[in-house]
Design a protein around this ligand. Structure first.
Ligand SMILES: Cc1cc2nc3c(=O)[nH]c(=O)nc-3n(C[C@H](O)[C@H](O)[C@H](O)COP(=O)(O)O)c2cc1C
Length: 319
């Protein structure tokens, strides 16, 4: 039983050992985190939504110096930098897009570079469009997800619809944080799972300690879906800790503080989109503390490899 649940159409396609994908989280998913997940058997992803090609190249250099296992990169369609995408496609195993209509020209660019193309979707129609655009892989994101949220359906009904509608391997995302969740998603027909919030509290993530502490303290019901953190990306729904939203609402200053993006220290306006990196200063508690309903399973800061091991426990497999 263990072997059949660790080898899936996803692991075979991508070339990793375990059906777990780190979510490519902008500002959080560092080369160290991606490499740690990859070395533990999952697919390590770098989140590079706003970074130019030169920085993407440097991040890939760093990640590749830490692992020889397959890696991927995640881009956001509203901020797509085609030069950065081309670099990613020429070097990574998977290039993934999110938050925009599936686009055959973008998928073609990924394929021409030599990478597999993945699209994270929030609806069945979007999944069908992603497959038609030529994607090799689809991530179905349920509404419980942390960070930016594309759709309105819970993972279970969305996954069922998407699995019925497309033939490419489908990963399940949104609310997956325990071995029980992983087993349920695989049993439902997913070829793997994508996990974000749980890895925000990994030791290798670029997450401010105050953010980590807030995640550890939060329970599943302590998140809220909002469009409030809109400075830099207006109108896009996202899930954050309710405590952060309350703190930002109460803030009287126009600035919450500063954070480091790429290698640049940048101001974080009140309701700015950037989550606080380890080197952020100011009102960390009021910044965009993205978290999914899966946050209830975050009980401490742990090495990423330990999180991967725990996700694969429960008698199903061990990495
Ligand atoms: C801190 C954080 C940052 C995120 N940043 C991105 C991003 O840059 N690009 C993206 O495609 N998804 C991003 N997401 C969403 C994830 O891809 C994924 O859908 C989500 O984390 C899954 O739900 P979970 O958090 O319950 O595991 C982010 C999520 C979090 C928690």
């Amino acid at each position: 039983m263990a072997a059949s649940l660790t080898a899936t159409r996803f692991t075979e396609l991508v070339g990793c050992r375990l059906p777990i994908q780190l979510a490519g989280m902008g500002g959080v998913a560092t080369p160290e985190l991606a490499a740690a997940v990859a070395n533990a058997g999952g697919l390590g992803m770098l989140g590079v939504p706003l970074l130019p090609a030169s920085v993407v190249e440097a991040l890939l250099d760093r990640a590749e110096s830490l692992t020889r296992s397959p890696l991927g990169l995640t881009f956001l369609m509203p901020f797509l930098d085609r030069a950065a995408l081309a670099v990613a496609a020429s070097r990574a195993r998977v290039v993934e897009l999110f938050f925009g209509d599936p686009d055959a020209a973008v998928v073609d660019l990924v394929h021409r570079g030599g990478a597999l193309a993945s699209w994270q979707v929030g609806s069945c129609d979007e999944a069908i469009a992603a497959e038609r655009a030529g994607c090799d892989l689809i991530v179905a994101q349920g509404v419980a997800a942390g960070g930016h949220v594309r759709g309105t359906l819970g993972l279970s009904p969305l996954l069922a619809q998407v699995l019925d509608a497309v033939r490419v391997p489908v990963l399940a995302a949104g609310g997956i944080a325990t071995a029980r969740d992983v087993a349920a998603a695989l049993a439902a027909g997913a070829a793997g799972v994508r996990v974000g919030t749980r890895f925000v509290a990994a030791g290798e993530a670029d997450t401010h300690p105050v953010y980590c502490a807030a995640l550890v303290a939060a329970r599943a019901g302590d998140t809220v879906l909002t469009t409030a953190y809109s400075v830099g990306w207006p109108g896009a729904p996202h899930r954050v800790l309710r405590s952060a939203l309350a703190a930002a609402e109460a803030l009287t200053d126009a600035l919450a503080g500063e954070t480091v993006i790429g290698e640049t220290r940048s101001p974080v306006p009140r309701f700015g989109v950037y989550p606080p990196s380890r080197q952020a200063t100011g009102r960390i508690d009021a910044m965009a503390l993205y978290a999914g309903e899966s946050v209830g399973a975050v009980t401490r800061v742990q090495p990423a490899a330990e999180i991967v091991r725990e996700l694969m426990l429960q008698g199903f497999a061990s990495p």
